[in-house]
Design a protein around this ligand. Structure first.
Ligand SMILES: C[S@@+](CC[C@H](N)C(=O)[O-])C[C@H]1O[C@@H](n2cnc3c(N)ncnc32)[C@H](O)[C@@H]1O
Length: 200
């Protein structure tokens, strides 16, 4: 655990609503080879968009089985802090064990809800969502939370899975992102959209 003022005592009842990737499907799509073929996902390469500054705090919202978390821990390095957050306490316990021996950032694994982040205002330097925003019950509330906890000048990095996050669902989300943040980078492939924003 870090010295951050994480509100870990907060109860997080089961999060419902939104699209939820079935567990069996998630296990399948967690295969690095399949993810590379299907989504052109290569964690070490994909995470290069995340800036590193010593002493920074990065929150990964919806870390799941840790497909990106290992590479993110290494990418950030020992001078930084990484908080992995997902609703399932058992998934977070498993992730903590899995990452214990991985060199890199100081780590906390926290069970929580992306629509109600357990961080104080302006506390995070970077927020990363790897195909998780589309699963949140209220993505607009999640974006407002991201805006609240990110410090001015902080970075918001989102990978969105197109087949799930259809144009109709995406439109109000991207409109709110563009209203609250300054867009720095966009890339779109057949399966995914990658967005980098900065908080003004
Ligand atoms: C498709 S998985 C992606 C997981 C991981 N980032 C990856 O790339 O493999 C979506 C993740 O979003 C998480 N999620 C769903 N609702 C959430 C919420 N309200 N708050 C935080 N995470 C949530 C799910 O538990 C799941 O781990």
């Amino acid at each position: 655990m870090t010295d951050l003022d994480l509100k870990t005592g907060t109860a997080h009842p089961g999060v419902s609503g939104g699209w939820r990737t079935p567990d069996r499907l998630y296990r399948l799509i967690s295969s690095p080879v399949l993810r590379m073929v299907l989504g052109w996902d290569l964690p070490r390469r994909d995470l290069r968009v995340i800036s590193r500054r010593p002493g920074s705090v990065c929150l990964e919202v919806g870390s799941g089985g840790g497909f990106y978390t290992t590479a993110l821990k290494t990418h950030l390095g020992a001078e930084n802090t990484l908080i992995a957050l997902d609703p399932s306490p058992s998934a977070m316990r498993a992730l903590r064990h899995q990452l214990d021996a991985v060199p890199g950032a100081r780590m906390s694994c926290v069970a929580g809800d992306g629509c109600k982040l357990p961080l104080a205002d302006d506390r995070a330097d970077t927020l990363f969502y790897g195909y998780s925003l589309e699963e949140m019950p209220d993505p607009l509330a999640a974006i407002r939370e991201a805006h609240r906890v990110l410090r001015p000048g902080g970075e918001l990095v989102l990978f969105l899975w197109r087949p799930v996050f259809t144009r109709r669902r995406r439109r109000p989300v991207v409109a709110l992102l563009d209203e609250l943040f300054e867009r720095r980078r966009t890339s779109a492939g057949p399966q995914n959209i990658r967005l980098v924003y900065r908080k003004r």
